[in-house]
Ligand binder design. Structure first.
Ligand SMILES: Cc1ncc(COP(=O)(O)O)c(C=O)c1O
Length: 416
């Protein structure tokens, strides 16, 4: 069995040839951009849509337009940490709300007590793609005249009562980064009724730098990531480096694995180039195949969960069966000692992501109510492990993942 890499991107060899061709010739892809927008428009009939180089840029421009210094904005305590950093950078006051135990999304019943006359917005994250209790949150936002922003980075293909996530807030921000389905190998999509925000985004896009060095840098990063997402290539090359780092320098190892989270330095809105042709063309193919990819994610998740339901050392999140969501992430809770469990998985060739990165209190950012209890966030964040359920996995690989989790669970000594 080959090593199973952290990120498995589903693509065909023909995509690679096309990618290289697009990179070299860099032919205009305006039509294909429009096609991606058209696909989106079906789910957001009344909204304007803009493509960007990342979701984080869309978030930055949204905060900048809607809020001024010292405005209070409410976040879930389990949010994308860079977004809290961006709010800090814009001198907004961040107020956190704990999550609910079942889904780890913001607890809608704890929001209202945090609202005062300085509160101007609520930011919700559909964590792991599972929708928040959004109709209640929408009512609260309307009652207090607050802007509602949906972080839909992980929730393309997820619905709340048959309405696509991103339709409820003033703005919905999707990510098509390398690790998302569908991916444009880096990218973000904003949906909103606010034409002025779309204008700001378009203008910002047009004045992004046009550097060949950055173009090359991102292309190489994407190209290597695509190759690495094939178990054979990953096993022959990168996995060896990761194994050495994991053993001898876990700090650097972690830094590399989570480099996409943008935690290292100040957020620079001009850090990336406008979406490039090779990205748009790769992305369009993903969008075309999306219903198949989504279905495979669900089947794989169901298969893994059904086969692991009797394993006592792990636990699944308590999602409603009837909810229509994308099943893009399969995150499990390891009851005790996540680090040790994930190391054993690693040594058994499954390089899974520890998802203990969502607690926004962990990063030293300025948070107005940091001294309150966030027990559910704190207790759960330290347990999360993401299991690969990519559409590209074969049955043999899924069975190997299941067997390994069972095997590791048996030998998992909580005191190690
Ligand atoms: C929940 C969440 N929000 C925001 C982002 C940022 O997306 P992007 O990388 O496109 O800026 C991510 C990316 O992983 C995410 O998972």
């Amino acid at each position: 069995m080959f090593n199973i890499p952290f990120t498995l991107i589903d693509y065909k060899i023909t995509n690679i040839f096309q990618l290289l061709k697009d990179f070299v010739f860099n032919k205009s892809c305006k039509d294909n951009k429009e096609k991606i927008i058209d696909t989106f428009q079906k789910e957001f009939p009344n909204k304007e849509i803009a493509l960007l180089p990342s979701a984080r840029l869309g978030f930055y421009l949204t905060l900048k337009k809607y809020f001024k210094e010292n405005d209070e904005v409410i976040f879930s305590a389990m949010s994308f940490p860079l977004y809290v950093k961006i709010a800090n950078q814009l001198n907004l006051k961040v107020v956190l709300v704990d999550v609910n135990q079942s889904t780890l999304n913001i607890d809608e019943n704890k929001i209202e007590s945090k609202i005062n006359t300085n509160t101007k917005g609520i930011i919700i994250t559909h964590l792991f793609g599972y929708p928040c209790e959004i109709s209640k949150i929408q009512k609260i936002a309307n009652k207090h005249n607050l802007k509602l922003i949906e972080d839909c980075a992980q929730s393309f293909g997820s619905y709340y009562e048959n309405m696509h996530t991103g339709n409820f807030g003033n703005v919905g921000i999707f990510s098509t980064s390398l690790v998302k389905i569908p991916t444009t190998l880096g990218g973000g999509i904003v949906v909103t009724k606010d034409k002025d925000l779309i204008k700001i985004i378009d203008e910002f896009n047009n004045q992004l730098p046009k550097s060949y060095i950055i173009y090359l840098k991102y292309f190489l990063k994407n190209f290597i990531s695509l190759l690495n997402s094939k178990p054979l290539i990953y096993t022959l090359f990168s996995s060896k480096i990761f194994s050495i780092l994991n053993k001898y320098n876990p700090r650097i190892y972690r830094k590399i694995i989570y480099s996409g989270m943008g935690l290292q330095k100040k957020f620079d809105p001009s850090e990336r180039l406008n979406l490039k042709n090779y990205q748009v063309n790769f992305g369009l193919d993903q969008f075309k195949n999306y219903s198949i990819l989504r279905q495979k994610c669900k089947e794989n998740s169901d298969y893994i969960q059904n086969n692991l339901k009797d394993v006592n050392e792990i636990e699944f999140l308590n999602y409603k069966q009837s909810t229509k969501w994308n099943h893009q992430y399969l995150v499990i809770k390891i009851r005790k000692n996540l680090e040790n469990f994930s190391k054993k998985m690693f040594n058994n060739k499954i390089h899974a992501m520890e998802e203990n990165v969502w607690n926004c209190l962990d990063y030293g950012y300025k948070i107005k109510n940091e001294n309150e209890n966030f027990d559910i966030t704190k207790n759960n964040n330290i347990k999360l492990l993401r299991i690969q359920n990519s559409p590209s996995l074969k049955k043999k690989e899924l069975d190997y993942i299941i067997d390994t989790i069972k095997k590791v669970s048996k030998t998992h000594n909580v005191n190690e």
